[in-house]
Design a protein around this ligand. Structure first.
Ligand code: NDP
Length: 460
């Protein structure tokens, strides 16, 4: 059995089975047995089940959010939004399930040329702890809508909400074999999924090093891979930006979910003429954030998910300071007083004058640290933003059309926001370039990834 603990105080939240390779093999076998039933189900019936599950999840959102906060640590308000986000993804895919179509052409030479789109079969997913409910929705929505079956491994440290969400799907008619969760560690369950010969696709979200390891193990099996490997999103603040909106955007874009989001703002580049007032405003806003147990009223930021994760974050801050590559303006310490010492808390941390090559800018810092640097020209800012192995998201804060046009075309990222950051609607593709991964979540694009084209030529 694996224990699940609340990162705010270490209390026990629940237990899950420590899955084995045999559990994975059983799940994959029964998933194939369910495949013909599910893929033959009328798309509108699949849609009805997804809509009903989304409604049930919304009805139970209070209880589901409490569970999410207890196992993950985020403030209750964020959990409520994440549970609603899961429901919204299901609703989106339920709304397009009936529109799945192939293509048709006719030529005298070849006759009727048809392209059918068929589901792949058993699809697997390995998901992390940072946004377990939303990421589960991104994986299960398109897979189930397309008529595939799924075996999903939740994170060992935040599996309980995923189990509760799957139960909501079963209660509205989804056969249990169509979506199976195998809990356990990445090393056992995750690797068994990666090397399984009878899984058609594997969608993974997590660290670059884990994702490349998964890809290596999966390569001989030739399963389709979708990898979402995080980012080091840049925010570029131009001199004409609305200073208050930009500062507010930086604070919510970095400290939301305690900075543990793949598209959190991880580097800020500010025009040197507005640098000082911007930094002061960010500091003022960050210092008003209340940190504490996500279950308490008025808390804006919970703990870092594990103490190991907090250690990594603090190490990168210290390395940057020790190398003389940036200064801590606010935060940057491990709290050792009051109730904060019971959990893995880390205060909102602002670092200024940060060298773009510093550890806090170079690595994906998965915690509440906002490093800020100045720039002289937009071209320099774009170069600094692109000088990373990641390419998930980036934002530019300006109202100048020429700058917007330059930045949206030149930033190496899968998603570019203008005057906003960290908003991910289910209708449009989401994913990265470079080391941020392969493939896309969300939108019709994700659905098409879980379908295979079959060409049919009929000579009349
Ligand atoms: P991991 O990449 O280790 O974990 C993500 C998922 O992969 C979990 O379900 C994990 O299982 C599983 N896993 C772990 N090792 C293996 C393996 N060898 N084979 C197959 N599956 C495996 O991320 P961490 O949770 O350790 O976080 C480390 C760093 O990853 C963070 O600091 C952050 O930089 C990045 N990250 C990025 C995320 C993103 O959204 N892009 C999300 C989470 C992390 P288990 O439950 O056992 O951990």
């Amino acid at each position: 059995m694996l224990e699940v603990h609340n990162p705010a105080d270490g209390s026990l939240v629940g237990h899950v089975h420590a899955g084995t390779e045999d559990d994975v093999n059983d799940a994959v076998r029964t998933s194939w047995e369910a495949f013909s039933l599910w893929s033959d189900t009328d798309p509108l019936d699949r849609s009805r089940i997804l809509f009903s599950a989304a409604r049930l999840v919304r009805e139970d959102k209070k209880e589901l959010s409490l569970l999410l906060t207890r196992e993950q640590g985020k403030p209750l308000r964020e959990s409520v939004n994440e549970i609603a986000g899961f429901a919204r993804v299901l609703e989106y895919y339920a709304s397009i399930t009936g529109t799945l179509q192939g293509d048709y052409g006719y030529s005298k030479n070849y006759g009727h040329m048809m392209v059918m789109r068929q589901p792949l079969g058993v699809c697997a997913a390995i998901i992390p702890w940072n946004m377990p409910a939303l990421i589960m929705g991104w994986k299960t929505g398109p897979v189930l809508a397309a008529g595939n079956t799924m075996v999903l491994k939740p994170s060992a440290t935040a599996p309980l909400t995923c189990i509760a969400l799957a139960e909501h799907l079963y209660r509205t008619g989804l056969p249990k074999q169509v979506l199976q969760l195998v809990t356990g560690s990445g090393r056992v369950v995750g690797q068994a999924l990666a090397r399984h010969n009878n899984i058609r696709s594997l969608s993974f979200t997590g660290a670059v090093s884990t994702g490349t390891g998964v890809a290596e193990i999966a390569a001989p099996t030739l399963k389709k891979l979708i990898l979402e490997l995080g980012g080091s999103d840049a925010m570029i603040v131009c001199k004409d930006a609305d200073p208050y909106a930009a500062a507010k955007g930086a604070v919510s874009g970095r400290f939301f979910n305690c900075g543990q989001t793949c598209t959190s703002i991880k580097r800020v580049f500010v025009d040197s003429t507005v640098y000082e007032p911007f930094v002061q405003k960010v500091r003022e806003l960050a210092e008003t954030l209340s940190i504490g147990n996500g279950l308490s009223d008025g808390v804006d930021m919970g703990p870092v998910h594990t103490s190991g994760q907090r250690k990594d974050v603090h190490f990168l801050v210290q390395e940057t300071v020790n190398n003389d590559q940036g200064k801590v303006l606010s935060g940057g310490y491990i709290p050792d007083t009051g109730s904060l010492k019971e959990g893995s808390f880390y205060p909102p941390t602002i670092m200024t004058g940060v060298d773009p090559d510093a550890p806090v800018m170079r690595e994906e810092v998965f915690g509440p640290v906002l490093p800020v640097s100045a720039f002289d020209t937009v071209a320099d800012a774009i170069d600094m933003a692109n000088a990373t192995r990641f390419g998930l998201g980036a934002s530019i804060w300006t109202h100048d059309m020429r700058t917007i046009s330059q930045a949206t075309s030149e930033l190496d990222a899968g998603i570019v926001w203008v005057n906003q950051h960290l908003r991910i609607p289910p209708e449009v593709p989401f994913g990265g370039v470079k080391s941020s991964g392969l493939g896309r979540e969300n939108g019709r694009y994700a659905l098409l990834q879980y379908l295979e084209e079959k060409t049919i030529l009929i000579n009349p």
